[in-house]
Design a protein around this ligand. Structure first.
Ligand SMILES: [Zn+2]
Length: 278
C-alpha cells in the first residue's frame, strides 16, 4: 500500500484505532482478554498441511474475538458450496423439470455422483432432499413437496462462496497489505466457474494451495481488487472505500456478468445480510 493511500483510508475511518492487535477485523470492535486466531484463508479450503509447504504461501492468522471466530458458520460449508457451484455449472450434472401433476412445482434434480463428499448435514444445509432410496412415483407427486421448503441451491451456494471468499480476501488485505480495518465495507463481487490461469491478471499473485490462488492489486483511486480462485470457482472482488461510481467494475470489462454488492459496518454481517444483485 502506498503512503498516500494509507492516509486517505485512515481519514475515512471515524475514530477506530488502527492497531491491528487491538481490533477484531470481523466486528471492528476492540479485542478483550478472550482472543482467538482466525485463519486468513479458511482451513476448510486448504487441503495441504499448514503452515508451510514449499511452493505455497501461508496466509497466516488474524486476532479476533472467540465469539466472532466461532460464529462464522458458513466457512464449514465453503468447500461444499464451491463443489455445488462447480457441479451446477455442468449441464450433465443436473436436470430441471416441472411436476406433471403440478407445473407450479419446479424440481432441480442433481446427480449425486457429482457431489461425492456431501454428507446428510451438507444436504440439509443447502435444503437438498435425498431421494436416492425412494421410487420415482413417490417423489414425483405434489404431496411429496407439501412440507418441503422452496429453495434455490445455486443462489444459496453462491452466497456462501461469496461471503467466505470476501471475508478471506478482506483478511488478506489486512494481513498482507496493511489495510486498516475500515468503519464500513462496500464489497462488489462477481463469481464465475473456471480458473485464473490464462487470465493474465496483473498484481501480486499468491499460490495458497492446489486450486486456491489469489491475485491482489490496488486501483489508482486506492480501492483494492482481489481475484480469488478456490476449487474451480473464481470470484472477482472489489473493495471500494471511496464514494465513486462503479467505474472500476467497468474497467474490469465484466459488465455483462452478475455482480453482487455487500455493504455493512462489519464483516460479521456477511452472516445476516444478503448480497444484493446489481
Ligand atoms: Zn469481534
Amino acid at each position: 500500500m502506498t503512503k498516500r493511500c494509507r492516509v486517505r483510508l485512515c481519514s475515512a475511518q471515524s475514530n477506530r484505532r488502527q492497531d491491528l492487535s487491538t481490533l477484531c477485523y470481523l466486528c471492528g470492535n476492540p479485542l478483550g482478554d478472550v482472543e482467538s486466531d482466525d485463519h486468513v484463508v479458511p482451513s476448510t479450503l486448504i487441503q495441504r498441511s499448514q503452515p508451510k509447504v514449499k511452493g505455497f504461501e501461508y496466509a497466516g492468522k488474524l486476532p479476533t474475538h472467540q465469539k466472532c471466530n466461532n460464529h462464522f458458520g458458513p466457512e464449514k460449508y465453503a468447500a461444499k458450496a464451491l463443489a455445488l457451484l462447480a457441479a451446477l455449472d455442468d449441464p450433465n450434472t443436473f436436470l430441471e423439470r416441472v411436476l406433471v401433476r403440478n407445473p407450479a412445482i419446479k424440481v432441480l434434480a442433481i446427480n449425486a455422483d457429482k457431489l461425492p463428499t456431501f454428507t446428510r448435514k451438507d444436504l440439509e444445509f443447502f435444503k437438498i432432499t435425498d431421494v436416492r432410496a425412494k421410487e420415482e412415483r413417490e417423489w414425483s407427486t405434489p404431496e411429496f413437496f407439501r412440507d418441503k421448503k422452496r429453495t434455490n441451491p445455486l443462489r444459496d451456494a453462491t452466497y456462501v462462496a461469496l461471503s467466505v471468499l470476501a471475508k478471506s480476501a478482506a483478511a488478506l488485505l489486512i494481513k498482507r497489505k496493511g489495510l486498516a480495518i475500515p468503519s464500513s465495507w462496500r464489497i462488489f463481487a462477481c463469481p464465475f466457474t473456471g480458473s485464473l490461469s490464462g487470465l493474465n491478471l496483473s498484481g501480486e499473485a499468491l499460490a495458497l494451495d492446489h486450486g486456491v490462488h489469489a491475485v491482489i492489486k490496488q486501483a489508482s483511486n486506492g480501492d483494492w481488487f482481489v481475484a480469488f480462485e478456490a476449487h474451480k470457482v473464481v470470484v472477482f472482488l472489489l473493495f471500494a472505500f471511496v464514494a465513486t461510481s462503479p467505474e472500476p467494475i467497468t474497467s474490469l470489462g465484466l459488465l455483462d456478468a452478475d455482480w453482487f454488492v455487500f455493504e455493512s459496518n462489519a464483516i460479521n454481517d456477511l452472516l445476516q445480510k444478503s448480497w444484493t444483485k446489481l
